[in-house]
Design a protein around this ligand. Structure first.
Ligand code: NAD
Length: 441
């Protein structure tokens, strides 16, 4: 792909979400045209600006967002991200992915997402606490156990969720407010298995996809060569779980760069090294590689688990993996998607591949509302069941679309992808509920 094409590509995540949606729509011939605009655009976007006392005595103003994309199937659900590049468009796209994801895995939720423009790496714990508490206060009743329920995302964690719960609880004394946020510490209503749920869900989904014979000559995770981009909550745990299932982790990376070792890295040792040194780079015995080299690494399974728009028009052609498991949200642009499809590469799309996180968030929400605590065996069993069903439904739909394609449906189609299949399923489920509930007034 030449530079001209790369430059021409739109890296706005919402534009890419729209393109995915429009592509999926071409496979649906019975959708009422009038609801398309309602199904793609956010229902509500809240912008807040607030000042915070910094540790050095200065005052700084922060900008945050909470987008409720759609709530016809239930309250909004979706993470909160702290990152310097957060924009309203990015949060809207991530919220749309949540609407589709919760539909794909049949959770009684809609989609939401939030973000604050900040660089957590440069903020103290006290500053992060003040930012979080003020943000929650600004949102007021826009979040709540039955309205919109946040969770962790990039650079937010259990501690952030504990602050969110505590602040909301201060605002609503005398009520059981645990279900206002998921991904909390175990001691205050968190669920066992939530911390590793996204990565575990990705593993279960991959196992089922391979079992269905979707990737030629790759029948199982055992023995597969795996490269992982991003070594945070999702990436580092995915590396460990795939390794424990018999895969060889040949390359990993973080925001500082990447490392490879053809004989295989021990993900636990890499994590211990990253905790001590702040990056995977420099891990003893490994070769240093760039993030671009990681994406192009010779492997069977590539797991993008960092940020969006990493696989683009200018590098998709270099990808050598046979299967891409999108643990991150929106890691491939639609231009990249076209290139990968033309190369017959299989992409397990984000709305299926990383849905384990929201599935166990749902389990946490149910436990909170019922004042229960499930054990790990129950959480993992129910997660596996949901992931298997989502993959089966996606592969079955894909087969139906592929038959349509082969029979010359519409004459204008290119071969369907798993992303098309998952989105068609999601859109149909949401549209059905819109029409069943019927339109107010
Ligand atoms: P995290 O903050 O724990 O980790 C992010 C990782 O990405 C870090 O290791 C960081 O160094 C790395 N990174 C940042 N920029 C990079 C770059 N340019 N190249 C390579 N690595 C880079 O975040 P997380 O919770 O693990 O989320 C990762 C992805 O998974 C995001 O897309 C998020 O939306 C998605 N996701 C997370 C969850 C969840 O439960 N946490 C659920 C579903 C999807």
């Amino acid at each position: 792909m030449d530079m001209q094409t790369a430059k021409a590509e739109d890296l706005d995540l919402f534009v890419n979400a729209q393109l995915q949606f429009e592509r999926a729509l071409t496979w649906i011939d019975d959708l009422k045209a009038g609801i398309v605009d309602y199904l793609i655009n956010p229902k509500r976007t809240i912008h807040v600006r607030f000042p915070i006392h910094m540790d050095d005595g200065s005052i700084k103003t922060f900008h945050g967002f909470r987008v409720l994309h759609n709530r016809v199937r239930g309250p909004g659900k979706g993470g909160i991200r702290y990152h310097p590049d957060v924009t309203a468009a990015e949060v809207s796209a991530l919220a749309a992915f949540m609407t589709w994801k919760t539909a794909v895995v049949d959770l009684p939720f809609g989609g939401g997402k939030g973000g604050i423009v900040c660089n957590p790496k440069e903020l103290s714990r006290g500053e992060l606490r003040r930012i979080t508490r003020r943000f929650v206060t600004e949102l007021g009743d826009a979040i709540g156990p039955y309205t919109d329920i946040p969770a962790p995302d990039v650079y937010t964690d259990q501690q952030t969720m504990a602050w969110i719960y505590d602040t909301f609880d201060m605002m609503h004394p005398g009520e059981n407010n645990l279900a206002v946020v998921t991904g909390k510490p175990l001691e205050i209503g968190g669920s066992v298995g939530r911390n590793e749920a996204t990565a575990r869900g990705s593993l279960y989904a991959t196992q089922q996809l391979l079992k269905r014979g979707v990737v030629a000559d790759l029948p199982a995770v055992q023995g597969a060569r795996v490269a992982v981009q991003g070594y945070g909550n999702v990436g580092s745990i995915a590396a460990r779980l795939f390794y424990e299932d018999g895969a060889r982790i040949v390359a990993v990376s973080d925001s500082h760069g990447g490392i490879s070792l053809d004989n295989g890295l021990d993900p636990n040792e890499v994590l211990a090294y990253k905790k001590e040194r702040g990056s995977v780079v420099g891990f003893p015995g490994s070769k240093e590689i760039s993030n671009e080299e990681l994406l192009a690494y010779d492997c069977d399974i590539l797991i993008p688990a960092a940020l969006e728009c990493q696989i683009r028009a200018d590098n998709a052609d270099n990808v050598r993996a046979r299967l891409i498991v999108e643990a991150a949200n929106g890691p491939s642009t639609m231009a990249a998607d076209e290139i990968l499809r033309a190369k017959n590469m299989i992409v397990l799309p984000d709305i299926v591949a990383n849905s384990g996180g929201v599935v166990v968030s749902y389990f946490e929400w149910v436990q909170n509302l019922e004042n229960q605590q499930w054990d790990l065996e129950k959480v993992e069993k129910l997660l596996r069941k949901r992931m298997k069903r989502a993959v089966d439904e996606t592969v079955d739909r894909w087969t139906v679309l592929d038959d349509k394609y082969k029979s010359g449906f519409n004459g204008t189609h290119s071969r369907p992808t798993l992303r098309d299949a998952a989105l068609v399923t999601a859109i149909k489920k949401i549209a059905t509920v819109v029409l069943q509930r019927d339109i107010w007034p």
